[in-house]
Design a protein around this ligand. Structure first.
Ligand SMILES: Cc1cc2nc3c(=O)[nH]c(=O)nc-3n(C[C@H](O)[C@H](O)[C@H](O)COP(=O)(O)OP(=O)(O)OC[C@H]3O[C@@H](n4cnc5c(N)ncnc54)[C@H](O)[C@@H]3O)c2cc1C
Ligand SMILES: NC(=O)c1ccc[n+]([C@@H]2O[C@H](COP(=O)([O-])OP(=O)(O)OC[C@H]3O[C@@H](n4cnc5c(N)ncnc54)[C@H](OP(=O)(O)O)[C@@H]3O)[C@@H](O)[C@H]2O)c1
Ligand SMILES: Cc1cc2nc3c(=O)[nH]c(=O)nc-3n(C[C@H](O)[C@H](O)[C@H](O)COP(=O)(O)O)c2cc1C
Length: 580
């Protein structure tokens, strides 16, 4: 592993430089979750620090790992755990903690922090007067509950008598530099070594990028396959993509996600340029307006700043009314299906110039996709299963930025920017004999195709049960042939299908779960892991409720006992979700 070079004239003293070098080098190392690094040479006199993370898709875990490596170089003895691995008695015995947590759903705790939060927020939570803590919150200002999970934990720890080491930091999507700078200030304070210095916001991130392909340095991968999976009669368009990993050195595991960097629709870019009364060549900060609108800024989903500015300038009665009344539902309804062009159009031409408009936008972000292949079967390639977002509103055909970029604008043989986003928590069981129950309607089937391939490649003997569904059997039974082969070969022990629109009453995956509740419960009793992937807001919520009902009914339990059973599954990492 290369130690990154820190220029001798960097504004740090020798101690600071040594620490920073370690920190930067540490960006290259990958510790294993839960692994204590207290056995490092400096451990004898080292001060313990517990670095706890709440994560859904791995960012917070990664930051926690980096924090542990940095803490070690400060002579501390860090250990890293998911929040749910910590009970209140353990928390009360701790003296220094750093919590790194994302927020998921709509202002909710990520999956591996829910049990922790339940216990921390309960009346029975212990007093924590001996605890010093600092919270680093990851989030996205595009959501209403920005960094809500971090805010809740931070406030509750204070209520319980714990002392802040430093003020909480709330990070937007571009969290890396800010998080590294905050850790650079916070860890020395936790170690009572404030002189160890302040890390500039930009120092650690080049090292992170030096390790390879990332969000900020995506690999230009050739799109080898772009095939429609859903039938022509379907109201949906689900596509299968295969990206060639070439000589990138990129590797992944079944359960990981792929980040794809999109480019905006040129038709929308052209309309916006015209709407702003500007030209494609208009130069802003050294780049052309065309370049900025195509690949640097989000122009489909309007940013909060744009909405606020348009409200100030447009004199639009309805928009002003809903904003003034703070009516979130009415604002969402007003914004539904509107893009930046719709909002700019509310202001008379000339009322907002191109530079002002650019200043109101958010950077264009990658989209995440659950990988639908196992590297053991799709050597050198990564497969995705993607629903194209398409709709028509106010006289224009519109599309989701990334799903239509892959579907329409990257030709087979052309390249798109990708990177792998690890999801270490979402894996096939390490024990090849453990049964798996997978619930994945729609595009939710993606990681389960990968899991099944993975188990086939391993020769795993554990039983596999898949619940799949979508609108209509005739047109939406994606990967039907592959699943038939897996069933015939005995890899797929059970396949239960729920086509929602083939009959009058809706049949959903949870309908099938309940119909087979007795068998499902006995699989759980036999040690099965239970996985869910797909739509978070409706499907995953209802599947969760169905699971609790099934356990109560077939386990002869009260609701409370059934909730404990589900909590146990989560604690044992046997109830895992990849939902969006
Ligand atoms: C961990 C993770 C894994 C994921 N895995 C997958 C996967 O395997 N497959 C998959 O397909 N997706 C997956 N997604 C979702 C994916 O990341 C994108 O969110 C999705 O493809 C939409 O992105 P887009 O850029 O095409 O659309 P965007 O430009 O982001 O637009 C989406 C927005 O368009 C608006 N919209 C959508 N439909 C309509 C409509 N009918 N009328 C009006 N407005 C509408 C909504 O505001 C919606 O939020 C995953 C997400 C996460 C976080
Ligand atoms: N939040 C929303 O309103 C919304 C709506 C659609 C899609 N999406 C998003 O669109 C993306 C792609 O969706 P997708 O192709 O994976 O499929 P999907 O839209 O989630 O649909 C897959 C199947 O799930 C069914 N379904 C709908 N509500 C359900 C519920 N409460 N419980 C169980 N099943 C339910 C659908 O039936 P029916 O369609 O017949 O009801 C369909 O048969 C995802 O990101 C999803 O989150 C969101
Ligand atoms: C489906 C979904 C829901 C999200 N909900 C929120 C939210 O309510 N508030 C917020 O601040 N961030 C939200 N985020 C943003 C994440 O917190 C952010 O991307 C974070 O970096 C993820 O970190 P993780 O990989 O550790 O989970 C959401 C992201 C996704 C994909």
């Amino acid at each position: 592993m290369m130690t990154p070079h820190i220029p001798a004239d960097a504004p740090f003293n020798s101690d600071q430089r040594a620490w920073l070098a370690g920190f930067m080098a540490g960006m290259n190392s990958r510790l294993i979750a839960g692994e204590s690094v207290a056995s490092a040479p400096a451990a004898n006199a080292a001060q313990p620090i517990h670095i706890l993370y709440g994560t859904q898709t791995g960012n917070a875990e990664q930051v926690a790992m980096d924090a542990a490596t940095a803490a070690k170089t400060l002579g501390m003895a860090p250990d890293v755990h998911g929040l749910d691995d910590i009970d209140m008695a353990q928390l009360a015995a701790m003296r220094h903690i750093v919590i790194v947590t994302s927020t998921y759903g709509e202002g909710e705790m990520p999956d591996n922090a829910q049990l922790f939060w339940e216990a921390l927020s309960a009346d029975s939570a212990p007093r924590l007067e001996s605890l010093k803590f600092a919270v680093l919150a990851l989030g996205d200002t595009g959501y209403d509950g920005f960094c809500q999970a971090g805010k809740l934990i931070d406030t509750r720890l204070e209520q319980l008598g714990a002392t802040r080491i430093t003020t909480r930091l709330d990070c937007d999507i571009d969290f890396e530099d800010a998080a590294a700078a905050w850790l650079g200030e916070t860890l020395p304070l936790a170690a009572d070594k404030p002189a160890a210095g302040v890390v500039t916001t930009t120092a650690p991130s080049p090292a992170r990028e030096a390790i390879g392909w990332s969000r900020k340095n995506p690999y230009a991968s050739t799109l080898a396959v772009n095939r429609r999976l859903s039938g022509s009669a379907s109201t949906k368009e689900i596509r299968h993509f295969e990206f060639d990993l070439g000589d990138s050195g990129l590797s992944y595991e079944a359960g990981d996600a792929l980040g794809v960097m999109p480019v905006n629709d040129p038709a929308l870019v052209a309309r916006l340029i015209a709407g702003l009364g500007a030209s494609a060549e208009t130069e802003i900060g050294g780049s052309s307006l065309m370049e900025l609108l195509s690949s640097r800024y989000e122009i489909s989903t309007p940013s909060r700043d744009l909405i606020a500015e348009v409200e100030r300038r447009a004199g639009h009665e309805e928009l002003s009314h809903v904003i003034r009344n703070g009516d979130k539902e009415a604002l969402d309804a007003f914004l539904w299906s509107k893009d930046s062009l719709d909002l700019v159009s509310l202001i008379p031409q000339g009322g907002l110039n191109a530079a002002e408009f650019i200043g109101l936008l958010k950077p264009l972000q990658h989209r995440a996709y659950s990988i639908s292949s196992s590297p053991k079967e799709a050597a050198g390639h990564v497969h995705l299963t993607v629903a194209s977002v398409r709709y028509h509103a106010a006289g224009r055909d519109r599309g989701g930025v990334c799903s239509t970029y892959m579907a329409d604008r990257v030709a087979e043989g052309a390249a798109a920017g990708i990177f792998v986003s690890q999801n270490k928590a979402f894996r096939v069981p390490t024990d090849n004999d453990t049964p798996m129950i997978m619930v994945g309607p729609g595009t939710g089937i993606a990681p389960f195709r990968a899991f099944l391939q993975e188990r086939r490649a391993r020769g795993a003997k554990g039983r596999n049960w898949l619940f799949f569904g979508d609108q209509r059997r005739e047109s939406d039974f994606i990967y039907e042939d592959e699943l038939a082969t897996m069933s015939r070969d005995g890899l797929l022990t059970r396949l239960d299908l729920a086509f929602s629109r083939d009959q009058k009453a809706k049949i959903y995956v949870q309908t099938r779960m309940k119909e087979n509740g007795k068998a499902l419960f006995s699989w759980l009793e036999e040690g099965a892991s239970f996985y869910v992937c797909g739509d978070a807001s409706r499907m995953a919520r209802d599947v969760d409720a169905a699971l609790a009902e099934i356990i109560a009914e077939h386990g002869g339990m009260t609701q409370e006992k059934s909730a404990d059973y589900v909590a146990g599954l989560k604690r044992d990492k046997r109830y895992l979700r990849d939902v969006y």
